[in-house]
Design a protein around this ligand. Structure first.
Ligand code: DGY
Length: 381
């Protein structure tokens, strides 16, 4: 990285904050500026290495906003601490790239950006589900190649996802939003697997089932499965919404791909390594009616050999949260985390994070993962 890869805003700010990638919108920058920060933004699109980031931290750095493509572990938190840093925020809701334990050890609070990705990411999971079910990638390639000779009864027959069963693995915010879109939009039954029941989701679907009955229609049902296997066996399309940790690495492997229906659809917008991608490639090669929709990849940005050649897989480059509102919201929340910490505010503890997107925000840091471990007080209202 050379100095020309970095852009400086608010030169006169007294607190130095590094931002490892250009962020959309302007509110995030305003927040940092109003808090008296000098902001140094890396405008290169290259993924920064630990060495690049360490060099950027230098000998004096108050806080950093980092990306999910960077390994924020012991080395970087030690460097940040040594440079006088007191705050870090991932510009992402997921933080599998952050060693939170190491950050806590060095006394650095770690923020993330929940609550603004939910509907956006769920919508991409829905888009991938239907792109896979209705074969839009294949059909578009066919059309663009000039192969369309006229309407044909047999052209690109896909799967109708209506009154069938949708499965989700992980019924947190995004998984539940996807489930509601699929159940309500397409009158599907839901089967889900999660360590914890999602009572709100179950109640919502029960109420929707009552509504359908009141209209003289067959109800839908929602079932929490005892096992992942049950979901894989019963669902017509399955969307993955788990976090990535040791327990979910290769959760979807050769063995349980084989449990899925021959014409099932698998969607992943969570993290690539949750799916054994080589096993998925082999499964899709030997099961042409099976389909997958992927936003994330095991060795991102690389793909396992053969994946790119598969007609029965729809792929997009990790853009599930890429709507302007969401990405600007993520940037604003990440800046809010750092500002809140630099100003010594407590950590927000309410479910609604949207007040942090307004001009006037609560005096709190929106989402600090290790607040409890570091003894950061909670917002009292
Ligand atoms: C996140 O925030 O974790 C997402 O993967 C970014 O799209």
């Amino acid at each position: 990285m050379s100095s020309k890869d970095w852009e400086i805003h608010n030169h006169s700010g007294s607190k130095r904050v590094i931002v490892t990638k250009e962020l959309p919108g302007t509110l995030w920058r305003r927040r940092l500026t109003q808090a008296g920060c000098k902001i140094e933004v890396c405008i290169s699109e290259d993924v920064l290495t630990v060495a690049d980031i360490k060099a950027a931290i230098g000998t004096h750095c108050d806080a950093a906003l980092g990306q999910l493509t960077e390994a924020w572990g012991d080395e970087l938190f030690a460097a940040l601490k040594a440079a006088g840093g007191t705050a870090y925020s991932n510009v992402a809701v997921g933080y599998n790239n952050v060693d939170v334990e190491a950050a806590t050890k060095h006394g650095i609070p770690v923020g993330n950006t929940p609550g603004v990705l939910t509907e956006t990411t769920a919508q991409m999971a829905v888009a991938l589900t239907f792109a896979a079910a209705r074969r839009t990638g294949e059909a578009e390639r066919f059309l663009r190649a000039g192969k369309f000779k006229g309407w044909l009864m047999t052209l690109f027959l896909g799967e109708l996802l209506w009154r069938k069963t949708v499965g989700i693995v992980g019924a947190g915010r995004i998984g539940a939003a996807y489930a509601r879109m699929m159940v309500e939009g397409h009158k599907m039954n839901l089967i889900y697997h999660d360590l914890y029941p999602n009572q709100d989701l179950e109640n919502y679907i029960a109420a929707y089932a009552e509504f359908l009955k009141s209209q003289g229609e067959a109800p839908v049902y929602c079932k929490r499965a005892e096992s992942l296997e049950e979901v894989l066996q019963q669902a017509d399309c399955i969307s993955i919404h788990t976090v990535l940790d040791d327990s979910t690495h290769h959760l979807i492997n050769q063995e349980n791909l084989a449990l899925m229906k021959e014409n099932a659809i698998l969607v992943n917008t969570s993290r690539g390594p949750v799916v054994d991608e080589a096993a998925l490639v082999a499964h899709c090669q030997s099961h042409p009616n099976f389909r997958a929709g992927l936003d994330v990849f095991e060795d991102e940005p690389a793909m396992k050999p053969g994946l790119v050649d598969l007609e029965n897989v729809v792929i997009v480059p990790h853009i599930a949260s890429a709507t302007r509102w969401t990405r600007e919201g993520m940037a604003t929340l990440a800046a809010g985390n750092v500002v809140g910490l630099l100003l010594g505010y407590p950590a927000w503890n309410q479910p609604d994070i949207l007040p942090f997107l307004a001009e006037e925000t609560p005096k709190a840091a929106p989402s600090i993962i290790n607040a409890k471990e570091l003894g950061i007080p909670l917002f009292a209202g």
